[in-house]
Design a binder for this molecule. Structure first.
Ligand code: DQA
Length: 143
């Protein structure tokens, strides 16, 4: 059976590569997608980015309904604000790994709190875009 992992990115991550490159690097989201597909040729990867909370919630529900095996989720700033995304993760019976490119604990104090972390399988923060690769690896170990 072929497993599918959803790589979900929230607000402003469409600007990866040009947005504060000293924090988030110079690789674009499209380049990250190419790299991850190359790194995991045997896993079906599905990518989705939205700047809208409701669309991210819909995508989480849809992932569950369509039989996705796990989710790598960089919720961007919604990490620190969204009870609705937390409830959506809680509502689906799927492992979700929360990924942050930057080390949120080394930044402003409002970034130190995550509404989502308690309902995620785990969190990777501060390892650059390498965090996505590590999250996929961990999910694949759970298959
Ligand atoms: C981020 C960290 C968040 O605090 C921020 O709002 C982002 C990106 C990261 O990947 O480091 O948009 O999730």
């Amino acid at each position: 059976m072929e497993h599918t992992i959803l790589v979900l990115n929230g607000p402003n991550l469409n600007l990866l590569g040009t947005r504060e490159p000293e924090k988030y690097g110079q690789i674009t989201l499209e380049e990250l997608e190419v790299d991850l597909r190359r790194d995991f040729p045997h896993i079906q990867l599905s990518f989705y980015q939205s700047n809208h909370e409701g669309e991210l919630i819909d995508r989480l529900h849809q992932a569950y309904e369509s039989g996705v095996s796990g989710i790598v989720f960089n919720p961007g700033a919604y990490t620190h604000t969204s009870v609705a995304l937390r409830d959506a993760i809680k509502a689906i019976d799927l492992p979700v790994v929360e990924v942050h490119i930057s080390n949120v604990y080394a930044r402003e104090s409002f970034r130190h709190f995550s509404y989502l972390a308690p309902v995620c399988a785990g969190q990777i923060s501060g390892l650059g875009i390498g965090g996505y690769n590590l999250a996929i690896r961990w999910l694949a170990m759970e298959f």
